[in-house]
Ligand binder design. Structure first.
Ligand code: X8Z
Ligand code: ZN
Length: 633
């Protein structure tokens, strides 16, 4: 797992903390000079040269340890066995042991004036154990490493075997399910298309049951991670996670809240309209204020793309059926990723290295357990780019391929930087690059590359397209925020283990307006049924990315000379936009994120205004449609 991976999703090692410029340890001991009659030589503190030497050593050792971890992790996640678990945990432990030793050493330079690149590396080093800080105790370290690997692998192995009286086996063929036990990909295909509420409920319950047995170990992971965080000066693991944004953890929380306030009214409008349509489709479910979580086409109700047919503004208009286009052109798994690569190359970025195509995992192996959740890697921090994805030939995975390649292109443009700068400007940037490119996958672009036969160019078609995009992007926002809201409270102890599931559903109701479809208890561990929780991957990054990507898109469209509505812009083929993007990617984490934001957008803060501009026509349409409805939840 390299930390990049993380960006990608994965990694046990951190996922990209980007750097807090405040000293992590707020007690800097400054020696007070004492006056004596005899002129004793002043005690010599460390020099700039010492700091430089120290960082050269750290860079070398991190490269060695993170690469070893990355290799072990790649094998583990593409072939889960007792042995690969063991090897991944050993590699994890080794890099944790090094960080336990070297992070405290970095404080030696706290009082010293240093050139900015050195100062920033020291700052980032103090965050380098993110997301899984280990206590400096060999036994505890080994335990924490085992726990993180175990949690990730158990999630990857999760399956649901329907009972005798279940309707699922009869549907297996229709959903392309080949084994009697259904894995997450199988259940997700069903959730996407099925419209029988009882069947949906069974799939939902079946998958969520796979999370139950993770709770006890998750509790141990929280305890040890908190201990590790405290040892390096943070209140708990959540405070460490919130420290990676070039501002205090408190300021970061406030800033996130500010962004959420900007987009909440639009989410409520979308929720209101979707709920109205679902009430028509599922009258027997007697949908109240909150939407039952199994009816939105996705296991976690995190995006609602799959209920598009139920909420399409103008059902008569020609359908933008990308999946049909891919199938018609007989695009295979690699071919789908090639389409995404072609976009990046069209704006002047490099083609992916040949090794990417040789070493990536594009399809789900039939004979072994793997972690299917998509991720992107640079295994040796030296351009050994890969993705790991169980590609299905459909529109959703075409967009995910763009998402993953965004990570790979970031890796590609910063791999020559020191290890500690080989991260996104912050982790939300890393998550936002591929999505930014995917915003240029417009109906016109799809037509231009011959994936859809016709495009209609009128207001109705625009509203259909905006609705589709909103089901992916706007529906996601509260989910993107609440996962870490839950974890921050779990880590700080504000939410006790006896209330974990209750707190989970309180947040899902409050933020998403979604409710558990059946009664839940503390024997359930529903957060454990979402990859990033057992996977230990921070999640607020995706919330940020969903805001940033519209800012990035607007800036790139401006660079490309686009005029007209933002949702019509595609930067496909535009080298000026590509240059702008590349300049930002090349910075990695070498500068505080507001500077990277400025390089790309001219703005120094995160702002949801571009997102609101993009969706303005839909926002107006929704407000009209919802007249007379009691919106809110
Ligand atoms: O985990 C991912 C990527 C890998 S970084 C596929 N995403 C989040 C999720 O699936 O929950 C992308 C969007 C949100
Ligand atoms: Zn990602």
């Amino acid at each position: 797992m390299s930390r990049p991976l993380l960006a990608s999703g994965l990694v046990l090692v951190s996922a990209c903390g980007a750097g807090d410029l405040r000293p992590v340890h707020n007690t800097v001991v400054v020696a007070t000079p004492t006056t004596t009659t005899t002129a004793a030589p002043a005690p010599k503190g460390p020099t700039e040269e010492d700091a430089k030497k120290f960082l050269v050593g750290v860079d070398k050792e991190l490269r060695r340890l993170w690469t070893a971890q990355s290799r072990a992790d790649w094998i583990n996640k593409t072939y889960i066995t007792v042995d690969s678990d063991e090897l991944a945990a050993d590699a994890q432990e080794a890099q944790m042991a090094y960080l336990n030793q070297v992070i405290p050493q970095a404080t030696r330079f706290d009082g010293l004036a240093l050139p900015e690149p050195l100062r920033r590396q020291l700052t980032l080093l103090k965050l380098a154990s993110l997301p899984t800080p280990s206590p400096n105790d060999a036994k505890k370290r080994a335990k924490l490493a085992d726990l993180t690997v175990w949690l990730g692998s158990e999630y990857g192995k999760g399956k649901y075997t329907p009972k005798e009286d279940s309707k699922l086996p009869k549907l297996a063929k229709a959903y392309g399910v080949k084994e009697s036990a259904w894995n997450l990909e199988d259940l997700s295909r069903l959730m996407a298309k099925e419209r029988d509420a009882a069947v949906l409920l069974e799939a939902w319950k079946g998958w969520h049951a796979t999370g139950h047995h993770l709770k006890a170990k998750y509790k141990e992971y929280v305890e040890l991670g908190n201990e590790g965080a405290k040892e390096i000066g943070f209140a708990d693991m959540g405070a460490l996670w919130r420290a990676g944004y070039d501002m205090t953890p408190e300021a970061f929380e406030q800033d996130t809240e500010r962004l959420y306030t900007q987009i909440k009214p639009l989410y409520e409008q979308l929720h209101c309209y979707v709920r109205k349509q679902l009430r028509k489709k599922y009258p027997a479910e007697k949908i109240g204020q909150k939407i039952p979580a199994h009816l939105l086409g996705n296991m976690w109700a995190q995006d609602w793309n799959n209920v598009y047919d139920l909420v399409e503004p103008y059902p008569g208009a020609a359908k933008l059926d990308v999946t049909a286009g891919l199938k018609k052109k007989k695009v295979d798994e690699k071919g789908l990723v090639r389409i995404a690569e072609k976009f990046f190359v069209s704006v002047g970025l490099d083609p992916l290295p040949e090794t990417f195509w040789e070493r990536s995992m594009f399809t789900q192996p039939r004979d072994r357990d793997v972690v299917c959740h998509a991720s992107a890697w640079d295994v040796n921090f030296n351009n050994d780019l890969r993705i790991k994805m169980c590609v299905e030939i459909n529109e959703e995975d075409l967009l995910t391929a763009h998402h993953e390649l965004g990570h790979n292109y970031y890796y590609h443009y910063y791999y020559k930087l020191p290890m500690l700068f080989q991260q996104g400007a912050n982790d939300g940037f890393h998550e936002g690059i591929g999505d930014t490119i995917a915003l240029s996958v417009t109906p016109k672009y799809l037509h231009d590359i011959d994936l859809v036969p016709t495009v209609q160019k009128d207001d109705k078609a625009a509203l259909d397209f905006l609705m589709k995009t909103a089901l992916g992007k706007i529906a996601f926002l509260p989910f993107g925020k609440l996962i870490d809201q839950w974890r921050w409270d779990v880590f700080s102890g504000k939410t006790k283990p006896g209330d974990w599931n209750k707190a989970w559903w309180q947040l899902r109701e409050r933020y998403q307006g979604v409710a558990a479809p059946i009664a839940r208890t503390e024997a359930d561990f529903d957060a454990g049924a979402k990859y990033h929780v057992p996977g230990g991957v921070p999640y607020v990054r995706y919330f940020l990315a969903h805001v940033y990507q519209f800012q990035f898109h607007r800036a790139l469209c401006k660079a490309a000379g686009h005029t007209g509505p933002l949702h019509e812009c595609s930067i496909y083929g535009n080298k000026d936009a590509g240059k702008k993007l590349e300049a930002m990617l090349r910075l990695g984490a070498s500068k505080p994120w507001p500077e990277a934001m400025e390089v790309l957008t001219g703005e120094k803060t995160a702002d949801a205004a571009a997102l609101l501009e993009y969706f303005a026509p839909l926002s107006k349409w929704l407000a009209d449609q919802n007249k007379g409805e009691q919106c809110g939840f």
